[in-house]
Design a protein around this ligand. Structure first.
Ligand SMILES: [Zn+2]
Length: 299
């Protein structure tokens, strides 16, 4: 499926997410609502992807996962302003949609909250319009949690990068993200002891994603920067990878499971393959380096 020329695919586990409530809970309504929520997630991802494309960043596609969505983007320039725009595009769209729904409710007089069936006037339930409004608000706010590599964490890194450069900013943002992930894990543990605390099984999954994806991206920025500087290689007269023409090795094929990519997820969650893996160019350069050393020794 293509939308605005962007390839949209659905991860096979997503089908289980839909079948599960249908058979176990018997809720066609729940399935319908899940489809609505994931349409919102898809629009959120498209918003990231279209803004990225407008800045010349390659968009590989969007994948819908049970825990959210993934916009797979090519290498993003180390430009805080571009990163800010791409990261803000997702939550921004959700806030705009929430605003439009609110104005629509005001203009038409349709209620967003109505008294529940229980007959108690004090109990109010969200109507479909209200649920749509809350879902957009929730998606927007949740993704602004400054837990790199979620959207909020990317906005934070972009701000930090203006002052301290990308590597240091990424380290700080990823460290904050890990603290938030730890807090999410602790909260999940607490909810086992005190069942009255509201929680979801998604929370520990999200915490794990923030922890590992943040760590991974931190390592990639470090690898790319030390590589871009060229360090040792320049001594041997080899230009850094970025200045050499691409080889036909291209990108490695990460066609496997989503955990296998360098993608970063945020909850709904955008996964940005932002720093494409340094592996091919690194391997390429080290091979050249080895050849160079061999040549020197041979002389
Ligand atoms: Zn997002």
């Amino acid at each position: 499926m293509r939308i605005f020329g962007i390839k949209v695919s659905i991860h096979h586990t997503f089908i289980w997410l839909l079948l599960f409530p249908m058979f176990l809970v018997g809720g066609a309504g729940l399935v319908g609502w899940l489809l609505v929520v994931f349409s919102l997630v898809l629009m959120h991802e498209l918003s990231h992807a279209l803004v990225a494309r407008a800045h010349g960043i390659q968009v590989e596609g969007i994948t819908l996962l049970p825990i959210g969505g993934v916009a797979r983007l090519g290498m993003m320039p180390e430009d805080p302003w571009i990163e800010t725009k791409v990261a803000a595009a997702g939550p921004g769209l959700n806030f705009v949609l929430a605003g439009v729904l609110f104005l629509f409710a005001r203009a038409t007089g349709l209620p967003m909250f109505a008294a529940g069936d229980s007959g108690e006037p004090a109990v109010y339930q969200a109507t479909f319009l209200g649920m749509l409004f809350l879902a957009n608000l929730g998606l927007g706010i949740f993704n602004l949690i400054p837990a790199f590599p979620m959207d909020g964490g990317r906005l934070l890194r972009a701000q930090l990068a203006r002052r301290s450069g990308y590597l240091s900013a990424t380290r700080t943002a990823a460290r904050i993200g890990r603290w938030i992930a730890a807090a999410m894990a602790l909260y999940t543990l607490a909810s086992f002891v005190r069942p009255e605390l509201p929680t979801t099984l998604l929370l520990p999954v999200i915490a794990l994603f923030i922890y590992f994806a943040g760590k991974r991206e931190e390592m990639m920025v470090a690898a790319r920067q030390s590589f871009a500087r060229g360090g040792l290689l320049r001594l041997f007269g080899i230009p850094p990878a970025a200045e050499r023409p691409p080889t036909d090795m291209g990108r490695p094929d990460y066609a496997g499971e989503f955990g296998d990519r360098s993608d970063i997820i945020d909850i709904e969650g955008r996964t940005v393959n932002e720093q494409s893996p340094p592996t091919p160019s690194a391997a390429d350069a080290f091979r050249q380096l080895a050849e160079e050393i061999d040549g020197q020794l041979g002389r």
